[in-house]
Design a protein around this ligand. Sequence first.
Ligand code: FEO
Length: 167
Amino acid sequence: MLTEKMEKNLNKQVNAELYSSYLYLSMSAYFSEINLGGCAHWMRLQAEEELAHGLKIYDYINERGGRPVLGSIDAPPQSWDSPVDVFENVLKHEQKVTSMINELVDLAIKEKDHATNNFLQWFVAEQVEEEASASDVLQKVKLASSDAGGMFFLDQEFGKRVLHSEE
Ligand code: FEO
């Protein structure tokens, strides 16, 4: 059984993951608009991954006898200055999500909710990967954008991304 506070904060995280999905889908739309189809594809998969994160927490709330409550999702920004600007914002956003996950873990420990603490460890590990991946992609985009053909080739590489289950 989840405490009321734990349930409320897990629900807040469902909303945050769905917002992440919305944000990355909006970034995907931006890339389509500027004809970077590979980046659009990469970002769309990222949006799907975030939806899966939200559902994972939704399922967990149900499993523990809680009640998923779906609030409104903020509208994400619609445009960015450049591909570099997009990926700088991805990294910033993932760092924010990491701190939200850490706060949830702190709460689970405070509430002596070992099951939720254990459940959240998946997200702790996932955030290490998410931040590393965002940082890696940002460096590549920074390098590619300083050379005329670079972004074209990088876009092709991003177009090959596949979604791994459990992401
Ligand atoms: Fe679900 Fe990218 O954090």
